[in-house]
Every structure is written in C-alpha cells, then in structure tokens.
Design a protein around this ligand. Structure first.
Ligand code: PMT
Length: 403
C-alpha cells in the first residue's frame, strides 16, 4: 500500500466540491494512509462530519471545542504536528485568501498556521473567482510559501458556467500525494494503459462468443505498474475480479470494438501500453435482436474480422511510447510470437504457451518468455502472475529508458 503509515490531514472548506473530498478520504484510506479530517464552518454547510468520520475511522474536527458546554478542547497545534501532509481540498477562494494573509479565525486555519508539514492545495471555485487578480495573487503567495497547488480542471461549474475552477479529481490528488511521498518511483506521474480479460462478441441477446481469460494476468500487471507510481488505465473485458486500487482506473468493456474505443480514448496520453487481453479475432457478422431459435441439425454462423487493437496502436504510437504485447501459443511458440512482435510493431512480446501446465487462462501462475525485436529472448520458470507482472514491468521500464 503506497501510503501505509502516512498521516494525512484533509482540510475541507466551503465549496460544492466538498462532496468529492469524501471520495478522496476513501481513496487515501484504501492506500493505507491514516486520515484525519477538518471541516471549515463553510464546509459544514455542504457535508456532515459523520460522512468523514465514517470514512476516515477517526473523529472529525470543526471547532476548538467539542461542544460548547463540555470544556473539551481540540488542540490545533497537536493536530498540525501529527500530520505528515496537509491537503486542503477543496480550497475555497475565501480560505485561500485567509491562508495567504495569515488569518486564523477558525479551527482549520489555526491548524494550517501551526502546521510544519508540506501543504497541498486543491482550489475549487467559479471560473471568474479563480481568474480574479486577488485569487491569482493569493495562489502566488501560497506557492511562495512552498505549498503545492493542484491546478483546478476545466469544465462545467456549479454556476452552470464553463471554465477553469473545478477541483482536481480525487484520483489526481491521490497521484500527486503518492508522487510526493515516493519521488523516486520510476513511473511517477506517468499514465499507462493495460488491456485485460476476454472480449464477448454478441450473437443474440443471450449468447456470445468469448474465451477463458479471467483478467488475472492483466490485473497483476496493472497492480505492479501502480506500485511503480503509474496511473493505470485498465481496459478490461467481462470478469469476476475485485479491482479496488486507487491508482487503477477501470474502463469496463465487452466487445473488441469497445475495447479498441476505450484504448484509443487514452492511448495518446500513455507512455506505456501492455496488451494482455485475449481479444476475439472474429465476431458474428449479424447480432440478432431476438434470441436465435433452435432449428434443424446445423447452424452456420458467419463471422467477420475484429479490429486488431495491438496492430492499430502499433501503427499509431510515437517514438516516446512503448508497446508490450502478449502471445498465447500452442505450437512453434517463439516463431509465432516473434512474427506478432514485428507485424504489430511492438517493442516487446510476452510469450505464454498453453503447452506449459499452470500457464495461461484462469490460473494463479504463468510461465513466460520475453522476446525483443532483435530476436533476443529470455525464458522464465513457472511463477505467480504477480511475479511475472513484476518481471514484465521491469523490462518495460528499461524500454522507456531507451526512448
Ligand atoms: O486473463 P488470464 O486468465 O489471467 O489469462 C492470461 C492470458 C493467457 C489471457 C494472457 O497471459 C495472454 O496470453 N494474453 C494474450 C492472449 C491473446 O489473445 O494472444 P494472441 O496471441 O491472440 O494476441 C497477440 C497480441 O495481440 C495480444 O497482446 C493481444 O492482446 C493482441 N490482440 C489480439 C487480437 C486482437 N484483435 N487485438 C489485439 O490487440
């Protein structure tokens, strides 16, 4: 877990984006972080302490006293010194201004001013407020204080206007936090694409042509890549896996055409792509809209060729992008794999053979050979899919160093 034992103080201020902070807290906890949450008086108008105490499994702080008559004092200095990192998300224009000018008229601000740890700020406000000279000055000041500002995204805002001001997505904030704690990770800040699982090619509303891929190899790859700091786009066909990793963004698809579409949507922004999916080479020429009825002793299906995702991406890739494919073979394994490597313009191919027991579909283990374009190859013994994934990821990182 990338944030194990890290103490993170999340400061939520008054913005409609406060609801996204709940998701951020959930992701932080999934990453192994210990999380405490502060809510500003403005945030209390949008979200409740109960949401955050449930998600963080810790009490939530919003005022100096627990309740007015108890005399129990929340110690802002103690809380500030507890944190390894303070994340202000969402940061409203009002709170940004107060932070920039040293005002501490609430518990959240007093804690911020007492903090010695690094501070990350994810502003959220309307476009014109964000573009206002006052906000620009405040952000400049906060940057000068050494704080890390996560630029807001562009899009539709709560006001109905379009523009910059949307809080960075929780996933982006997580990526930045992980990059902060692991500056030496080789894939830090990089996006990668992994395909996994089978494709289902519909025959009619109740039947499909599919294969036995479970998606386990692809998930092991996605996890190994995430552990090296990458943000992983996992484009995966129908599966029964539990995928819950904050750095793995799942794009669920069914058919080869859908898989191609999902890949093309993110491919250009990915430095590395690993194609472990078992994609159907053909699909039914017709998809019946009603269930095909039993008739006669034979049924002849006409199939048409599916797009080859690997070959399509191989043609599209730029010099800085690396493409790793798989080959699942049953005969003349290395020869067929090398042919696919060249034909699809891959930088590396991972061969697994169904002739090796414990390798291939559905198993927890795999046995692979790596083959590079100069026909150099390396053979490995039977091992867990996690270990296989680590070997492939290390080889892929070496490829990226040569671009
Ligand atoms: O999911 P698991 O149960 O863990 O099993 C893992 C696996 C056996 C599916 C995996 O290790 C594997 O071998 N994946 C590739 C399976 C395959 O379809 O190989 P292929 O030799 O037919 O295809 C060659 C390459 O082209 C592959 O990278 C494949 O993803 C890609 N391809 C193939 C056809 C197509 N239309 N588009 C593609 O992108």
């Amino acid at each position: 877990m990338m944030l194990e034992k890290k103490k993170i103080l999340v400061a939520v201020t008054g913005s409609i984006a406060a609801y996204k902070a709940a998701y951020l807290v959930r992701l932080l906890v999934q990453c192994g972080a210990e999380v405490k949450v502060m809510l500003s008086p403005g945030a209390l108008q949008f979200v409740t302490p109960l949401t955050f105490s449930t998600l963080s499994k810790n009490p939530v702080f919003s005022d100096f006293t627990e309740n007015k008559d108890s005399g129990v004092w929340n110690h802002h200095v103690e809380l500030a010194l507890w944190a390894d990192l303070m994340v202000v998300a969402p940061a409203s224009a009002n709170t940004l201004s107060k932070m920039a000018h040293g005002q501490s008229d609430n518990f959240l601000l007093a804690t911020y001013m007492s903090a010695r740890c690094p501070v990350m700020i994810a502003p959220a406000m309307d476009h014109d407020m964000f573009m206002h000279g006052g906000t620009r000055d405040n952000l400049r000041k906060l940057r000068d204080f050494g704080h890390h500002i996560l630029a807001p995204g562009e899009g539709e805002l709560a006001s109905g206007l379009l523009g910059q001001g949307r809080m960075a997505e929780p996933q982006e904030i997580i990526d930045a936090i992980i990059a902060h704690f692991h500056p030496a990770l080789p894939l830090k800040g990089q996006q990668v694409l992994v395909t996994a699982g089978p494709t289902y090619e519909k025959l009619d509303p109740v039947r499909f042509i599919g294969n036995y891929s479970s998606g386990k190899m692809g998930l092991a790859l996605a996890t190994a890549l995430a552990q090296k700091g990458a943000h992983v786009h996992l484009v995966i066909g129908p599966n029964h896996l539990k995928i819950q990793h904050p750095q793995i963004e799942v794009h669920a698809v069914e058919s080869a055409n859908e898989m191609l579409g999902a890949c093309l949507a993110v491919f250009d922004q990915c430095q590395l792509t690993v194609l472990s999916a078992a994609v159907a080479d053909y699909r039914p020429a017709q998809q019946a809209t009603e269930k095909i009825k039993k008739q006669g002793d034979h049924l002849v299906l006409e199939l048409v060729k599916n797009p080859d995702i690997a070959a399509t991406l191989g043609q599209r890739k730029k010099k800085h992008q690396k493409l790793v494919g798989f080959a699942l073979e049953t005969t003349n394994e290395k020869e067929h794999a090398a042919d696919k490597l060249h034909r699809k313009n891959l930088d590396l191919i991972v061969l697994n053979s169904l002739r090796n027991e414990g390798a291939g579909f559905g198993t927890e283990t795999n046995q692979i050979s790596l083959i590079w374009p100069d026909n150099i190859s390396q053979d490995f013994g039977l091992m867990s899919k996690q270990k296989v994934a680590e070997i492939i990821v290390d080889a892929a990182i070496d490829l990226l160093k040569t671009s």
